[in-house]
Design a protein. Structure first.
Length: 187
């Protein structure tokens, strides 16, 4: 599963309310005196929730965005992409997210994206830097060895080895009703 969050630090589609990623002090229709809370940290939240692929990209970098989105969709496990976008209509304070720095290509950032502790530290740095005007993008955590949900369910016998969707293309498949399997299992 791939979870893509278009993060423009505002609820732009509803005409500019403060969002969970709005910077502290950001003024909007719903927070005329400024947001009193620190913004959530989406990268860190995903890592702590168990995502096995965590990345951030920006609309101003279409080549990197394409690569990250493709990797995330091909990743066998839960992938989260924090996709920075601008909302110049409802978020007048929004930066253009340029210049951005790809942490995987920069010599200034050296961390192992397969090491959860190093990835967490880099994510914390990245999330704090955004509100200080430095836009860091890239792949922050990738765990290719962790079994996917499907693999874990197959290992305990609660999911067939053959993906269910493939049955739709098999004209010879003898269709069954899911509740028949449930009844047989509990009879």
């Amino acid at each position: 599963m791939t979870y893509i969050v278009f993060n423009n630090e505002i609820f732009g589609l509803t005409k500019g309310q403060t969002s969970p990623t709005s910077p502290k002090g950001h003024k909007s229709k719903t927070q005329p005196h400024g947001s009193a809370k620190e913004p959530i940290k989406p990268l860190s939240m995903s890592l702590n929730a168990g995502a096995s692929y965590v990345a951030r990209t920006a609309a101003v970098n279409p080549n990197q965005a394409k690569e990250i989105l493709q990797e995330a969709m091909e990743h066998d496990g839960f992938a989260h992409v924090d996709f920075l976008t601008q909302c110049p209509t409802w978020n007048k304070d929004a930066r253009q997210y340029v210049p951005y720095i790809d942490v995987n290509e920069s010599d200034d950032y050296d961390f192992d994206k397969t090491d959860k502790v190093e990835a967490a530290e880099m994510m914390r740095t990245t999330e704090e830097a955004l509100y200080e005007g430095e836009v860091l993008t890239g792949r922050f955590y990738v765990d290719e060895d962790r079994p996917s949900y499907q693999q874990e369910k197959q290992a305990i016998g609660e999911m067939p080895e053959e993906p269910l969707a493939e049955r739709y293309w098999d004209d010879d498949y003898d269709w069954e009703r899911s509740y028949d399997r449930f009844l047989d299992k509990h009879a």
